[in-house]
Design a protein around this ligand. Structure first.
Ligand code: PFF
Length: 464
């Protein structure tokens, strides 16, 4: 079964390239846009506890499984299952992953488009002197315009398609290698500024807010706020943030060289991803409380709060611009991984040439995305499952399809692949000693599917 990379398939060239590309997929709007608002809407610290728990006990083992499946087979997310379990319906997991990629990228492209608008606004210095209330108002005005967000979204999707057409080595790897570390640095600097904001006092001496309250919100769990929705949101966010459950990591795994230590790569990627989400939380929540913005504000949260922090920094113009530029790049390195799942499938399974496959998929996804964007204005009355189009795409993909995909991937790895094959791939044919292998294997076979199933059944009301 084992084979070396066929020369027709592209691959990552260096160890750092692999980590940067996989971390590039993981780190994105999920960390900086979605994570803070999920924390805000789900009561703060308690959400964080569940999130960490799911990252370690479910996310990491499933990431390792996806890497193993991808590299073992050198194939796209659908063929990988067909190769390892011929004639069985497991490949359905990959098909669902391609569908999830479509749905996620549709709304992801919209939010990424917002970051482009913010780059433009930063460039023309229009945030200067604005209060948080004015920034929030400005965001809502932008969103209520049916055309403008779509122009940015289309532009972003074209950029994504261009990088994907460029291929793995030329496009994805080069971009992520340089820019990921810079993003990390800027978020740390923002965190320091946010933490040192102190107490906000108005002209009459009234306290408006204190930045330490943001830290308390983030780190002091209040378990009375926890219900099954909070737990499902934390699980969905863990999958979304680590790019798991839909074959992205399988697809990237298929481009990884045989001498890479997959275990270590998975740990590094999960660590970096969690670190960046946490740092984003540390940058945002002290400012949220200092400016007295509602943490439950939802998807607009970071677009209101972050420019407010920059107003308080020396060189605010420069920081705002640099931050939104890097946020757009982080979104791009994730969106290319989403598009790559669909393109690899169409190009290799349906035998369409890569450029054509990219163009067709981009057009389809962007069209669905236009509906998501319009659901913030003219289509706001259209409801699917009690949510508008944007929110239903987000909910269905992160909270339903990704956990379901993860559930199937864990079952597949634990029960359909031979234990010795799994061990051989993970240890690079015995080159590495895997000390924790038994525990890992036990989690993949029993704990992960059981835990995902439990959260799922509770949240749809079939238990409890
Ligand atoms: N992990 C990305 C983020 O946090 O922004 C989003 C994402 C990319 C989700 C790729 C799923 C995926 F397959």
């Amino acid at each position: 079964m084992r084979s070396t990379s066929p020369s027709s398939r592209d691959s990552f060239t260096s160890k750092f390239g692999v980590i940067a590309a996989a971390a590039g997929s993981a780190v994105g709007l999920g960390n900086i846009w979605k994570f803070p608002y999920e924390v805000g809407q789900n009561g703060g610290g308690a959400f964080l506890v569940f999130y960490f728990f799911f990252i370690i006990t479910i996310g990491l083992p499933i990431m390792i499984s996806e890497f193993v499946i991808g590299r073992r087979t050198n194939a796209n997310a659908v063929r990988a299952f067909k190769k390892l379990s011929p004639g069985r319906p497991w490949y359905f997991t990959g098909v669902m992953g391609v569908a999830a990629a479509f749905m996620i990228l549709s709304f992801y492209g919209v939010v990424a488009g917002w970051t482009l608008e913010y780059i433009y606004q930063a460039l023309v210095n229009s945030f200067k002197g604005m209060s948080p209330a004015e920034l929030s108002e400005g965001f809502n005005v932008f969103l209520s315009n049916p055309v403008r967000p779509i122009i940015w979204q289309v532009l972003f999707m074209i950029l994504t398609a261009i990088v994907v057409i460029g291929g793995i080595k030329n496009g994805i790897e080069k971009l992520t290698k340089v820019l990921m570390p810079v993003l990390l640095l800027i978020i740390i600097i923002m965190g320091v500024r946010s933490l040192t904001l102190g107490t906000n006092i108005d002209a009459s001496g009234e306290i408006i807010g204190r930045s330490v309250d943001g830290l308390k919100f983030l780190f002091q769990p209040d378990f009375s706020k926890v219900d099954t929705d909070v737990i499902l949101d934390a699980l969905g966010q863990a999958f979304f943030s680590l790019s798991l459950g839909m074959g992205t990591i399988i697809t990237y795994g298929s481009y990884i060289r045989k001498d890479n230590n997959l275990n270590r790569t998975a740990v590094q990627v999960a660590f970096l991803d969690t670190l960046i989400a946490l740092l984003a939380g540390i940058a945002i929540f002290p400012a949220v409380f200092y400016f007295n913005v509602a943490p439950t504000e939802g998807p607009g949260l970071v677009f209101t709060v972050l420019p407010s922090i920059f107003q308080k920094m020396v060189g605010g113009y420069f920081w705002t611009l640099a931050f939104f530029l890097l946020l757009a790049v982080a979104a791009l390195t994730s969106s290319i991984s989403l598009l790559e799942v669909a393109v690899a499938y169409f190009a290799e399974e349906l035998k369409i040439n890569r450029v054509k496959a990219t163009i067709i998929t981009t057009i389809m996804i962007t069209s669905l995305g236009v509906l998501c964007s319009l659901s913030n204005n003219v289509l706001s009355q259209v409801q699917l499952f009690g949510r508008d189009i944007f929110a239903s795409m987000e909910y269905l993909s992160s909270n339903v399809m990704l956990p379901l995909g993860g559930f199937l991937i864990a079952l597949f790895t634990g029960w359909a692949i031979k234990r010795s094959d799994f061990y051989a791939e993970l240890s690079n044919e015995g080159t590495y000693k895997l000390k924790m292998f038994n525990a890992l294997y036990f989690i993949i076979r029993f704990i992960a599917p059981f835990a995902i199933g439990l959260v799922f059944l509770y949240s749809v009301g079939l238990l409890g």
